[in-house]
Design a protein around this ligand. Structure first.
Ligand code: NAD
Length: 472
């Protein structure tokens, strides 16, 4: 494509030390060049953010929030351009790309409307104790490739409103929409408040270990999250980690099998299954297991799998070759252990396409059940006893999300209460909203994002404890 992508450092759109190819997953061919930073450019970006911090933090919050609103307006005005680029680099169908862009606009506006007021903890006998929330400094925001725009916004909104400055590093297979966002930041924000740098999975440690980075806001795999946490330990940096998941869907015996199949299919196959809170294993009551399997297999067979830029595509490619190989390997293994009732193969065409796949009759210890597949392949498992299925759903090192489907809402909610994850949705899925906290339990995360508590994560408590002097 013609557009020349550049990084944002200290208010300037700059070339990299080198460039690398960005591949369209629907063709497996390079379609754009991305600038790549080196250690010196990372240092410059952090120095710019550090330099910009005092003045940015000192601005009235109304001014900072106004600029975050202005970012939202600019993003909305260019929504079609962002969505099209997102489909090209990430692969998701255009309508899902537009949904991500508009969700990002909503997220920025939601954070621009939030305030952290000082709290008076005590006011008696001349003693006043007030808790203020003060910004941390330079935030390094490191993001993955499945939602490259909105996962930046979940960090940018709260970081900027509370007075922090940022260095953002996107994933190397989806850097372009973040660079486009950098162009908008250059128009709206003072120099250095937001900086955008790119790498090829090789420079992240320079940010997480940098002495002038106060906080690392990370979304990505649990394996990388552990490295981020270890690197941050040396400087006792603040970290938030939004990591992997292995979400279970529990289908209770009083729900309509066809309805449940539609919903579980939607929650498993949106974005070709590459969602941290996608349904990654479905547990269906034995009384409806056959009907559920038949219905969900029909949906998978009816999917229109194609380039996301084509009208009518419902499932796009897997985002990159490494993930394609990982999902294909899990599928090869699952084929030998269970029964494939839809899909089951990569599609023989250029690009990283895997037919939406449903596998039944697997044991709980199959890798496709135990590991995070992060692709369009869903295991459907049978259960008979509710206590047993709750234990099976909880038998995971992950604890991100999950869903429960049932007509009797009180009963379904009682089951949801026993699922050991950060979020459980009852009779709905993916209901993520900037005003509702989102955080992972167990190895799915540390700290969290969104909601007022998400805003708190970008601040520290600053207690001023004052007492009046007695008259001399
Ligand atoms: P990843 O961990 O491979 O990469 C994430 C980011 O970390 C990339 O920008 C990468 O360049 C960077 N990185 C790599 N090595 C690093 C290091 N040593 N130090 C610092 N940064 C480093 O993850 P991915 O494959 O891009 O994304 C998929 C994963 O993300 C899945 O496990 C998914 O569940 C998870 N995810 C979680 C959430 C959530 O909110 N919990 C949301 C989306 C995705």
């Amino acid at each position: 494509m013609d557009h020349q992508f550049r990084m944002l450092i200290d208010g300037d759109l700059v070339e990299g030390a080198s460039t690398f190819d960005v591949v369209n997953p629907a063709t497996a061919a390079s379609f754009a060049q991305c600038p790549k930073a080196d250690a010196a450019l990372i240092d410059r970006a952090v120095a710019a953010a550090k330099h910009a911090f005092p003045a940015w933090a000192a601005r009235p919050i109304e001014e900072r929030a106004g600029m975050v609103d202005a970012l939202a307006d600019k993003l909305e005005a260019r929504a079609a351009e962002f969505a099209s680029l997102l489909t090209s680099e990430q692969g998701k169908p255009l309508d899902q790309a537009m949904y991500e862009v508009m969700g990002s606009v909503f997220t920025l506006r939601a954070f621009a409307a939030m305030r952290l007021e000082p709290t008076t903890l005590r006011s008696e006998g001349g003693n006043t104790v007030i808790e203020h929330r003060t910004p941390l400094g330079v935030v390094a925001a490191i993001t993955p490739w499945n939602f490259p725009i909105i996962l930046v916004m979940n960090k940018m909104g709260p970081a900027l409103v509370t007075g922090n400055t940022m260095v953002i590093k996107p994933a190397p297979t989806t850097p372009l929409t973040t660079l486009l966002l950098g162009e908008i930041c250059a128009e709206v924000l003072p120099a250095g408040v937001v900086n955008v740098v790119c790498d090829q999975n090789d420079l992240g440690h320079l940010l997480t270990g940098h002495k002038d980075v106060a906080k690392v806001a990370f979304t990505g795999s649990t394996a990388t999250g552990k490295k981020v946490m270890a690197a941050a330990a040396a400087g006792v940096k603040r970290v938030t980690l939004e990591l992997g998941g292995n979400d279970a869907a529990i289908v209770l015996d009083d729900v309509d099998a066809k309805f449940a199949a539609q919903k579980v299919y939607g929650s498993a196959m949106a974005n070709a299954g590459q969602i941290c809170v996608a349904t990654k294993r479905a547990y269906v009551h034995e009384t409806m297991y056959e009907e559920f399997c038949t219905e969900i297999a029909k949906l998978a067979q009816a999917a229109i799998v194609d380039d996301g830029s084509k009208q009518g595509t419902t499932v796009g490619p897997v985002q990159n070759k490494m993930q394609f190989d990982k999902v294909t390997a899990l599928l090869d293994d699952a084929r030998t252990r269970g029964t494939v009732i839809a899909g089951g193969e990569p599609i023989d065409r250029p690009g990283f396409f895997i037919a939406p796949t449903i596998v039944r009759d697997l044991d709980d210890d199959a890798p496709l059940v135990r590991e995070e597949q992060f692709g369009p392949v869903l295991p459907v498992l049978k259960y008979s006893d509710i206590e047993d299925v709750i234990a099976r759903a909880n038998d995971s090192e992950m604890g991100l999300g999950g869903t429960v489907w049932g007509k009797d809402l009180a009963r379904a909610t009682a089951v949801a209460m026993q699922i050991d994850t950060g979020t459980v949705w009852v009779n709905q899925y993916l209901a993520i909203d900037a005003n509702i906290p989102f955080r992972g339990a167990k190895q799915s995360g540390l700290g969290g994002e969104l909601g007022i508590s998400g805003l708190h994560e970008y601040t520290q408590a600053h207690i001023v404890n004052a007492i009046e002097l007695a008259d001399a």
